[in-house]
Design a protein around this ligand. Structure first.
Ligand code: GCU
Length: 129
């Protein structure tokens, strides 16, 4: 994959479906979160060494309402209600980034919707390298 990209459609999905009906995604599609609180996508990311790493989420939100998500790393809350604001239309993709501490080895990164609207459409998670 280009850079160090983890496609949402290949991640663990709880209450969401893989779709490809809005253009511009990377990989083979994106995850359409079910419109409920608690829907999530969970990635497993390996880090060569422990340290702080920027996470970049690529998403689309064709509504005008923010769809915040809690970001947990290895079960610990790393970002409380990270904003995933409207992007104007469903085929309009953008990114939001945050820096988190990773352990050496496998890390679990989960993005969980915190409102009844569910999450945005999630394309991928990118790490440096
Ligand atoms: C529309 C859109 C989906 C999106 C959904 C939503 O149905 O086509 O891609 O996920 O709205 O509001 O979550």
């Amino acid at each position: 994959a280009p850079g160090n990209r983890f496609e949402a459609e290949n991640a663990t999905i709880s209450q969401g479906v893989v779709e490809s009906n809005h253009a511009g995604f990377t990989g083979s599609g994106f995850v359409n979160y079910t419109n409920v609180t608690g829907s999530y996508v969970e990635f497993t990311v390996n880090a060569a060494q422990a340290g702080n790493v920027p996470l970049t989420f690529r998403f689309a939100n064709g509504t005008t309402v923010n769809r915040p998500m809690d970001i947990t790393v290895n079960g610990v809350l790393a970002s409380d209600e990270l904003a995933f604001p409207g992007t104007g239309a469903w085929p309009n993709w953008t990114t939001t980034s945050m820096t988190v501490p990773l352990n050496a080895g496998a890390n679990t990164i989960r993005a969980t919707a915190t409102t009844a609207n569910g999450g945005p459409n999630l394309d991928h998670l990118a790490l440096p390298g």
